[in-house]
Design a protein around this ligand. Structure first.
Ligand code: EPU
Length: 336
């Protein structure tokens, strides 16, 4: 029998710190715990919500659901092939994994340092930062398929990775529960120093090693992103919108400081933080919620508020950006 807890408080399981409860919750520390919980008759009629670090979700109210608190551990290195493969349990802390691989002399994840959350959550939004996306260091996931009631391995193609996107946000959302992730660290290692801000941070450092790059990423992130342990947030709240070249050119003509990045397909990614900043929202507070003062892309919860407050502010921001620039920005975290 699964060790369910009723009306379980989730305030410490979501980095916005919203004070909501789960009808049933269970700590999942093994694949057996997972199957037991899903098969338990007490949970049969409830929808299932999977929580890792809770750092990329907006819990919109009490959840009449079975909440799986994913805590499966594990760390295994396979260095027998051309590239190094590292398999980690879904419940491992992501930044902990990044540091452990670097300590073990296995570079490759350093640009993704200090991203909050768990290993199992990383593929869902295809985490990315400072010029590297998870999909570039990815081999496979192991997941429980709720449709066939069996464990499966999914490769990168099956995960359908996109910018902050994967099958786990769409067709696989209520189907797969990730229990482990295998990363592929390409050999020989090549530092990824193409992101301008990272290159600036490392100016004067000759051939920086992975640990030094990790430290630089940690320094940049600590300067501009709020620590969820101190102030409620889920990192970037909006995705950077991707627009056609013609639309970007028209915007750039009217706004010479527009920040945009050319994509491989010829379209352009616009910096949503810049768009929001231009609309005057940076540092603006609306009761218990607000826009972070050092990075307009991050919404914060000061305490005592709810997802309703946050989503109202997010809606106002998106509407204002659309009126001013004709571009619709979309929320990045998963709204539950
Ligand atoms: N900008 C402003 N005002 C702001 C914020 C940004 O003008 O308030 C401008 C900056 O000057 C810069 C540009 O926007 O020229 C881009 O800013 P930044 O380099 O900080 O990156 P970002 O687009 O804000 C993205 C990711 C982050 C990731 C960084 C670094 C998304 C949605 N966000 O942020 O990811 O850490 O790049 O790679 O793609 C996350 O997903 O939660 C996250 C933090």
């Amino acid at each position: 029998m699964a060790d369910f807890q009723e009306f379980y408080p989730l305030r410490r399981h979501n980095t916005f710190g919203f004070d909501v409860r789960a009808r049933l919750a269970v700590h999942v520390r093994s694949e057996q715990d997972l199957v037991e919980a899903l098969d338990d008759p007490r949970a049969r009629d409830l929808p299932v919500v999977v929580l890792g670090g809770g750092s990329n979700v907006v819990l919109s109210g009490d959840l009449d659901a079975l909440v799986l608190l994913m805590e499966i551990p594990g760390y295994r290195v396979d260095a027998t092939g051309a590239d190094v493969h590292v398999t980690a349990g879904a419940g491992e802390n992501w930044h902990g994994l990044v540091c452990r691989t670097i300590d073990d002399g296995l570079p490759g994840l350093e640009n993704l340092a200090l991203i909050p959350g768990t290993v199992g959550a990383a593929p869902i939004q295809n985490i990315g930062a400072y010029g590297v996306e998870l999909c570039e260091r990815f081999a496979s996931v192991r997941a429980y398929d709720r449709q066939t009631r069996a464990f499966v391995e999914l490769d990168a193609a099956q995960c359908a990775f996109g910018y902050r996107d994967s099958v786990f946000k769409h067709a696989g959302r209520d189907r797969y529960i990730i229990t482990a992730v295998t990363l592929r660290l390409p050999r020989p290692w090549q530092p990824a120093l193409g992101y301008a801000e990272l290159a600036r941070e490392l100016e004067g450092v000759a051939s920086p090693e992975a640990g030094r790059i990790r430290d630089a990423v940690v320094a940049i992130r600590s300067r501009k992103l709020p620590d969820p342990a101190v102030i409620g947030n889920a990192g970037s709240f909006f995705k950077n919108p991707i627009v056609e070249a013609a639309q970007r050119d028209a915007l750039a003509a009217g706004h010479p400081t527009l920040v945009s990045y050319r994509q491989p397909d010829g379209r352009y990614k616009l910096a949503a933080g810049w768009l929001i900043d231009q609309c005057g929202f940076k540092g603006v507070n609306d009761g218990p919620v607000g826009v972070y003062g050092k990075q307009a892309l991050v919404l914060v919860h000061h305490g005592g508020g709810s997802a309703r407050d946050l989503l109202a502010l997010a809606g106002r921001i998106a509407d204002t950006v659309e009126e001013r620039f004709g571009v619709r920005i979309e929320a990045e975290p998963v709204i539950v």
